[in-house]
Design a protein around this ligand. Structure first.
Ligand SMILES: NC(=O)c1ccc[n+]([C@@H]2O[C@H](COP(=O)([O-])OP(=O)(O)OC[C@H]3O[C@@H](n4cnc5c(N)ncnc54)[C@H](O)[C@@H]3O)[C@@H](O)[C@H]2O)c1
Length: 350
C-alpha cells in the first residue's frame, strides 16, 4: 500500500455505520475520508460539522442540501479518494452496491444483513483473518454470529468442543428506532430450527457442530444467549474459563458484582466511559457458568450494536493488506478501542 494510512469511507451512517466511523477515527493507521447516507435530519446533521458527509444516492443530494446538511458531493466522489469502503446500509441494500465499489477499485466490507454468497467470504477476526488478506471484499457476520463464533471456537481451540446447542434471545429493535418498530409485550420465536445464526457461524468455521434456536423479545438493548455444550471430555469450570480467556474479545462479568441483568452491563459500560455505552466484548457470566462431567452450561450478553465493530476494523486491515498478522491487528484494534476481559477490580476478578 502506497500510503501510510488506509483511507476509509463509511456508506450508511446508522447504528453500525456511526460506530464504525468512530472506531476508524480511533485507529492511528486509518483515516476516515467521509461518510455517506440518504437522510437529511438530526441523524446526519449531528456529525456533519466534524466529518465530511456525502449523498449515497445522487437524487438525495439536493434534498440534503436544502435541509441544511453541508454535503460535499456524491458517494462516487468519495469512493474516488478511498482504499476501503465499509457498507453499513440496511440489509439487502449493500448487495446492490458491490459492483459500484468494484468499478471504483475500492475494497468493500459488508455487514451481517448481507448474504455470505455476496462476497463468498464471511469474517470473524480470530478465526479467519488470514483468508481475508488481500481480498476485494468480505462480510463481517452479524452480532449473534460473531458472538457464537468467538465463544465456540475458543472452546474448540482448547480441544473441548464436541457439539453446541444454543438459545438466542434477541432484542426487538435498536433503541433509536424504538418509537416506530419492535415488538411489544410478547416474544416472537424464529419460525425454523435451526435459526439462521448456527448455519451462519459455519460460513466462518465450517467444522462447528452447532444448532441454534432464536426468539425476539420485547426489550431493545442487547442479546442474551444460553448454551448447552457437549465437551470432548470432562472439564472443570476453571478450565473452561481459561479456554474462553484465550480470545481477547471475551470478557467476564459476575452476578456477585451486581451485574444481574442486561441493563446492569449497559449501565456499567456508560460508567466506564465507553463511547455510546458500547460493549465490544462478549460478556460471559463467569459465576453462572457450570461444567458437569462432559456437559457445559453458560450464558452471555452480546451488545448487538457494538460487538461487530472490532471485527470490522480488523477486516479493513486484512483487505487493505495493512497488517498481515491477525494477532497484531487484533491487538492494535483492542488497544485503540479499550477492549478488556475484566471490567471491574476485586476478589471476583480472576
Ligand atoms: N443493528 C444491529 O444491531 C446490527 C448488528 C450487527 C450487524 N448489523 C448489520 O449492519 C447493517 C446495517 O444495520 P444498521 O442496524 O446499522 O442499520 P440502520 O438502519 O441503523 O442504518 C442504516 C443507515 O443506512 C442509511 N441508508 C438507507 N438506505 C441507504 C442507501 N441506499 N445508501 C446509503 N445509506 C442508506 C439509513 O439512512 C441509515 O442511516 C445491516 O447489514 C445489519 O444487518 C446490524
Amino acid at each position: 500500500m502506497a500510503r501510510e494510512k488506509v483511507r476509509v469511507a463509511v456508506n450508511g451512517y446508522g447504528v453500525i455505520g456511526k460506530r464504525v466511523a468512530g472506531a476508524v477515527l480511533a485507529q492511528p493507521d486509518m483515516e476516515l475520508a467521509g461518510v455517506a447516507d440518504v437522510v437529511s435530519d438530526y441523524r446526519i446533521k449531528a456529525v456533519a460539522e466534524d466529518i465530511a458527509v456525502y449523498a449515497s444516492l445522487p437524487e438525495k443530494l439536493p434534498e440534503m442540501r436544502a435541509a441544511g446538511v453541508p454535503v460535499k458531493g456524491n458517494l462516487h466522489e468519495l469512493l474516488e479518494t478511498v482504499d476501503v469502503v465499509v457498507d453499513c446500509t440496511p440489509a439487502g441494500i449493500g448487495a446492490k452496491n458491490l459492483e459500484r465499489y468494484r468499478e471504483h477499485g475500492v475494497r468493500a466490507i459488508f455487514q451481517g444483513g448481507e448474504k455470505h454468497a455476496l462476497t463468498g467470504h464471511s469474517f470473524v477476526a480470530s478465526e479467519n483473518y488470514a483468508s481475508a488478506l488481500g481480498r476485494d471484499s468480505t462480510r463481517v457476520v452479524s452480532c449473534n454470529t460473531t458472538a457464537t463464533v468467538r465463544t465456540l471456537t475458543a472452546l474448540r481451540n482448547a480441544g473441548l468442543l464436541k457439539k453446541a446447542r444454543g438459545v438466542l434471545i434477541r432484542r426487538a429493535t435498536d433503541p433509536w428506532e424504538s418509537d416506530h418498530s419492535g415488538v411489544m409485550n410478547t416474544v416472537v420465536p424464529e419460525g425454523r430450527i435451526p435459526s439462521h445464526q448456527g448455519p451462519d457461524a459455519q460460513t466462518v468455521a465450517p467444522d462447528l457442530d452447532v444448532v441454534t434456536i432464536a426468539a425476539k423479545a420485547a426489550h431493545t438493548q442487547s442479546h442474551s444467549h444460553y448454551w448447552i455444550v457437549e465437551l470432548t471430555r470432562p472439564a472443570s469450570g476453571e478450565e473452561v474459563l481459561e479456554a474462553f480467556r484465550a480470545n481477547s474479545r471475551i470478557a467476564f462479568i459476575r452476578m456477585s458484582d451486581g451485574i444481574v441483568a442486561l441493563n446492569s452491563t449497559i449501565e456499567l459500560m456508560k460508567d466506564l466511559g465507553r463511547p455510546r455505552g458500547d460493549m465490544y466484548e462478549v460478556a460471559i457470566w463467569a459465576d453462572v457458568l457450570k461444567a458437569e462431567g462432559n456437559e457445559l452450561f453458560y450464558t452471555y450478553q452480546v451488545d448487538n450494536q457494538a460487538v461487530v465493530i472490532p471485527e470490522t476494523i480488523d477486516a479493513i486491515r486484512a483487505l487493505s493488506g495493512l497488517e498481515p498478522d491477525p494477532l497484531a491487528s487484533i491487538r492494535r484494534t483492542d488497544e485503540a478501542l479499550g477492549v478488556r476481559q475484566e471490567f471491574l477490580q476485586g476478589p471476583g476478578a480472576a
